[in-house]
Design a binder for this molecule. Structure first.
Ligand code: DP6
Length: 384
């Protein structure tokens, strides 16, 4: 969007995105720089009308400094965001040289670099606001970085792949670019031990996310609730550090990457095709548990689950014993639970949840302080 600021032309773009929650978990990178996952993974995008990040990127003629604001506070710009800004600036400079190329963002069809000749002096200001806790294992970086990639691409209007821009911001971020269930391919097993540049380039082009169309039937059937543990603040070990440590120290992760996770991917895809609700939920539960088993097998262990999480797990399994449509759960790198509930079970599950305190007579049940109710989303919303 073009506007005037003190007689100078400025540009901005805004997107609203929802987090994508890993269901078959991504944990481990084959290539750190290109963020190519060791294992194929699947996540579900939440509904951006309920739970979201709104991001606005502005090219600021008044300052040559880059700035990142999250929920109104200044944040340090990470190396990954610096890299994204670097690619952005490179593209702008190219637009000066190749006047006739694809930049069609300006009113006069001029390239960005020609329309604003001193654009490289403009600072990049990114303002991101989350409607949910930031940095606590609720995938806030996934929605924030996908929104940033969308803004950058919207301003550039080049054919640079937004899935790539999003992925090099954060692996799970690229899954937020689509609605429903989204598959993000990991490195091919035969390339696991290779590291030549040609293979890296090929895998980088291949490992891009896409929507699993056969998951669309679930949208009308499922409600999602996130139960947050108020006692948990920022997570201890960031995902990017945790997954590295697991790969370096856990034996279980080897089996997971080389065999078990592929089985989960196949089982989930088959269950989606057959529209087998209970099998979908069971696979999600099993993968979350296996992921946390590898976290426990990490040395020193990664203790993302706490008493709160374990009580939720117990509670769901008690409910599932008698349920026609079982409730699914998953936990990312944090204590908060994400539950997937068949809409036919909603009334009885809500009642069960409100009475759940009575289930744990010997241990104190920590009532979730915040519940975020949502559903499966359709993907990003363009606010321009
Ligand atoms: C446990 O996407 O945060 O949520 O690629 O290093 O940014 P980076 O990691 P990130 O890891 C997400 C891990 C997870 C599982 C998942 O979302 O699949």
């Amino acid at each position: 969007m073009f506007t005037q600021l003190n007689k100078k032309l400025t540009l901005s773009s805004s997107f609203k995105t929802a987090p994508n929650i890993g269901l078959i978990k991504y944990w481990g990178k084959w290539n750190e720089r290109e963020i190519i996952p060791l294992n194929t993974n699947i996540g579900v995008t939440l509904n951006p009308n309920d739970i979201f990040t709104t991001t606005t990127l502005t090219l600021n003629p008044e300052s040559n400094k880059n700035q990142l604001l999250i929920n109104g506070k200044d944040f340090p710009i990470s190396n990954r965001i610096e890299r994204l800004f670097g690619i952005f600036r490179e593209q702008i400079l190219q637009s000066k040289q190749f006047a006739s190329n694809k930049y069609k963002n300006s009113p006069s069809d001029k390239s960005l670099g020609q329309l604003i000749p001193d654009i490289e002096k403009y600072g990049i200001r990114v303002e991101s606001n989350n409607s949910f806790p930031t940095g606590s294992g609720l995938a806030s970086s996934s929605s924030g970085l996908s929104a940033l990639a969308l803004c950058l691409q919207d301003i550039l209007k080049t054919d640079i792949d937004v899935r790539y821009l999003s992925r090099i911001g954060s692996g799970s971020a690229c899954r937020c670019l689509y609605g429903n269930f989204v598959l993000f391919p990991g490195v091919q097993l035969q390339n696991l031990d290779k590291s030549d540049q040609q293979t890296i380039n090929l895998e980088s082009k291949r490992c891009l996310p896409y929507e699993i169309e056969s998951s669309r039937w679930l949208k009308e059937k499922v409600s999602i609730v996130i139960l947050t543990d108020t006692h948990q603040g920022q997570k201890d070990v960031l995902s990017k550090d945790g997954m590295k440590l697991t790969w370096e120290t856990s034996k279980l992760i080897q089996g997971r990457v080389r065999e078990y996770v592929e089985q989960h991917i196949k089982e989930l895809q088959l269950a989606l095709e057959k529209q087998d609700f209970n099998k979908v939920m069971e696979t999600i539960i099993r993968d979350s548990n296996q992921f946390h088993a590898t976290c426990m097998d990490t040395y020193p262990p990664l203790l993302y689950l706490n008493d709160f999480s374990r009580q939720i797990i117990k509670m769901v399994h008690i409910y599932n014993k008698n349920a026609k449509n079982i409730v699914g759960y998953t936990f990312d790198a944090g204590a908060h639970a994400v539950l997937l509930i068949h809409n036919d079970e909603l009334v009885s599950f809500k009642k069960f949840l409100s009475e759940a305190q009575n289930l744990f007579t010997n241990s104190k049940y920590i009532i979730p302080s915040q519940e975020f109710w949502t559903s499966i989303g359709n993907g990003p919303i363009n606010l321009n």
